[in-house]
Design a protein around this ligand. Structure first.
Ligand code: F3S
Length: 392
């Protein structure tokens, strides 16, 4: 089986699709700040009403929000597979004889409750006190939960693509979006079994499968996906994950900023505040999560890091759990630069290609080099004179 380097794991791994395309200049990527998500599911309904409101699509939630640790759509989608993987084994390396990917087919009843476990908390309510979460002091809530928005990751090693014997799934060269050609599909459902995130879904009415499309018509016009533009909590930022610090001006316009995209900064700069979901699957997912800072780091370590004993030097701290603690602190007490980038979340429906943070200003430019954001990082605070508000 061919080998490819996986920077999320820091090692080579096998990946069975020989026509895999190398890194592109432009690649679809998203960052979600879990600390801002309130589980309103505006994203889920925006996605559903746009893409999956037809016959046979009743259970297709390409975008859904789960309460961790007990939610899951389909039920237990992550643990069922993780329990079957050996240490340091990706789903490609764990594949059985005759298969390309280690997968799991969720049964009908596991798809029936998209909101299962909603708002259920982990832990016992303390009798005498509520612990104030403060990762600086190593204090976390005794009872906790958080919301995890889930969508197709438009992976760089897509399992769905590798598994399809019809080669009906492909990765677009212009933006890395993974699409399913329904004309070629014969309903073999190998993709449904292979995707560890369970986002390709079979339509019994049409006899072929469907998968999320990354809102490609909006991306082509320089707009962010519907789940991003509709998010009332401003939890998301979308853009070119491959645009690194040495990139030139967008569209050659000197008036626009050179350099990296804000999503690249969040996921791949030294701050590394946005992490992939279960990188140990080996698919190189391109949705990155800023972890919740009130949740015990051991839970987040198994969910958002390679979670091995082999610690890497491009991560902070001496263990992955230590890294998570440091990242939680960075998210809770953002640097001035990070604070500026956080202001870009939900600031415009245009896709922000580059940005600058200078003094108290953050600015963003689109792919054509047009300025689309120009705002203060911290607003002036005005203290009103006169009578004080009291509880009396
Ligand atoms: Fe291939 Fe999935 Fe269709 S495996 S044939 S795209 S159902």
């Amino acid at each position: 089986m061919p080998e490819v380097y996986n920077p999320q794991l820091g090692r080579k791994q096998s990946y069975p699709y020989e026509h895999r395309q190398e890194e592109r200049d432009w690649h679809w990527g998203m960052v979600i700040n879990t600390n801002r998500c309130i589980n309103c599911n505006t994203c889920s309904f925006a996605c559903k009403s746009t893409w999956t409101s037809g016959k046979g699509e009743e259970y297709m939630w390409w975008m859904n929000v789960e309460t961790e640790p007990y939610g899951g759509y389909p039920m237990g989608w992550d643990m069922r597979l993780l329990d079957d993987l050996g240490p340091e084994e990706t789903i490609f390396e764990a594949a059985e004889q005759g298969e390309k990917v280690k997968g799991y087919v969720a049964q009908k009843e596991e798809w029936e409750y998209p909101a299962l476990g909603d708002d259920s908390v982990h832990g016992e309510y303390p009798e005498d006190e509520v612990v104030e979460s403060d990762p600086e002091k190593g204090k976390y809530h005794d009872i906790w939960q958080f919301y995890l928005p889930r969508l197709c990751n438009h992976c760089k090693n897509p399992a769905c693509l590798a598994a399809c014997p019809r080669k009906a799934i492909y990765k677009r060269s212009e933006d890395g979006i993974v699409l399913l050609d329904q004309e070629r599909c014969r309903g073999y459902r190998k993709c449904v079994k292979a995707c560890p995130y369970h986002k390709p879904m079979y339509n019994p009415e049409t006899g072929v499968s469907e998968k999320p499309v990354g809102c490609f018509p909006r991306i082509e016009e320089g707009n962010v996906p519907r789940c991003v533009s509709s998010c009332i909590g401003k939890t998301r930022l979308h853009g070119n994950i491959n645009r690194g610090p040495n990139s030139g001006h967008p569209n050659g316009k000197k008036s626009a900023a050179k350099g990296r995209s804000p999503v690249n900064y969040l996921a791949q700069s030294d701050e590394k505040v946005a992490l992939p979901l279960y990188p140990q699957f080996g698919t190189r997912p391109q949705v990155f999560y800023m972890p919740p800072y009130h949740v015990p780091p051991e839970f987040l370590t198994q969910m958002f890091t390679p979670n091995t004993d082999q610690k890497r030097n491009d991560w902070p701290g001496s263990t992955y759990e230590e890294s998570v603690k440091i990242i939680q602190k960075r998210v809770r007490n953002p640097s001035h630069h990070l604070l500026g980038v956080l202001q870009l979340f939900g600031a415009t429906t245009r896709l922000i290609e580059t940005y600058t943070v200078k003094e108290n200003k953050v600015k963003g430019w689109d792919r054509k080099g047009n300025k689309v954001v120009d705002m203060p990082i911290e607003e002036d605070l005005e203290v009103r004179e006169g009578e004080k508000w009291t509880n009396q």
